[in-house]
Write a protein that binds this ligand. Sequence first.
Ligand code: TMP
Ligand code: ASP
Length: 238
Amino acid sequence: MGMRGELLYEGKAKRVYRTEHPDLYLVEFKDDATAFDGLKKGVIAGKGEINAQLSALLFRKLEKEGIATHFVELVGPREMLVKALKILPVEVVVRNIAAGSLSRRLGLAEGTPLRTPVVEFYYKSDELHDPMINEDHIAALDLAGPDEVKEFKARALKINEVLTRLLEPAGLVLVDFKLEFGLHRGRLLLGDEISPDTCRFWDRDTGEKLDKDRFRRDLGGVEEAYASVYERISKVVG
Ligand code: TMP
Ligand code: ASP
């Protein structure tokens, strides 16, 4: 499709282009990977395509479950047409099992189950290294409105339920994940991506990490892990 217009934004893992339609953007998923605020850089061969395809599959599933997303359609192996969003500067993280920064912050061994899902907010700011914030900070800095914050939490928990249920027959445990929301013509939509870059997936039986932690922590088998997640999930999604 010859709809790639002006490059609007280039991030660590994606490029966003205008299209001939003012309401639609084209997202191109890259193989580039960074961690620790870009301090660690690398390439994960095939990642762009896997993350585009997997995100498309999961966005479609979420839409069926009544969660509005920016997804429109795939227009190439790593190219996704989306509704133009003004992304709100809040990252919404949901956790089911302690890992990563939560383990460090609270001194919980990785793998400790959490009694209830935990929703956290982070301020999207590269200069500040995405500090954790709460609803009062969001209001005080006017990062989003009070109704939007309620929606962040409600939708994040619903998405957690849908994804957890979906991953079960794939033999994957959803440890935690990060979401971004944005506004399209005044409507709040789920944006960004849902992929091994933005989720932690562990093998149910072996506990093996099948996500970007393999890259962050130099565990090897990065490409294989991404491919395995895609293969397992695409098999169980009808
Ligand atoms: P954390 O334990 O490092 O705070 O990460 C929580 C979740 O958020 C994990 O699933 C990975 C995801 N995440 C991103 O998508 N982008 C990021 O920049 C970071 C730090 C985490
Ligand atoms: N992508 C982020 C960065 O480059 C962090 C991460 O996913 O670990 O900092």
